[in-house]
Design a protein around this ligand. Sequence first.
Ligand SMILES: [Zn+2]
Ligand SMILES: [Zn+2]
Ligand SMILES: [Zn+2]
Ligand SMILES: [Zn+2]
Length: 200
Amino acid sequence: MKLKHVAVLLATLALAACGGGKQEGIVTFVGFAPVTANDKDVRGVQTFCPNCKEPLAIDTARHKENKKCNIDMVWAKDYRCPSCQGSGICAACTQMEQTKGECYNCKGEGVLIYAGKSPTCPNCKGNKVCPICKGTRKCDQCNGDKVITKEVVKAKAAKFVRKDGDLPESDPRPPDKGAEKKDEKKDEGDKKEEPKEEKK
Ligand SMILES: [Zn+2]
Ligand SMILES: [Zn+2]
Ligand SMILES: [Zn+2]
Ligand SMILES: [Zn+2]
């Protein structure tokens, strides 16, 4: 991942945190949107306490697990989608200039034609459309909504948070009043393969 992007994001959040009384929880999106069939989806979300920077479940109202920290915090309702940068448009289509959602590799033909042969296009597997958005040109991470909701972030960050804290706080149900004790552990909303941080 590009460290520069993270730095910019953190800076933005730090500024926002200065505004009110409570600090705002830190949400960091990592990885890039895949643009071809060969790209692995390595996207993930990490959520941290804005004070002690420990991994923390989104919607935690007070960092009680860390007695020394124990600060109150707030979390934004939704976050600008990092894959489409808030445009709602498929990142692959944007980057590969697939203006109609057609596969860039075969120009929407489904096959490659050269030297008298016509093998199936390996990018779209003959489907003629962008393998990421299936030709809809909608961003696959936010479904074209331009933002990622708190609930989705919570579900996606559950594994990251649990790794260190070992807390079963991955219930993606919308919170009502503050975030009190959670007791279920479910991995709903984790349709994609596990996002892993890795360099290509
Ligand atoms: Zn803390
Ligand atoms: Zn998006
Ligand atoms: Zn696309
Ligand atoms: Zn193709």
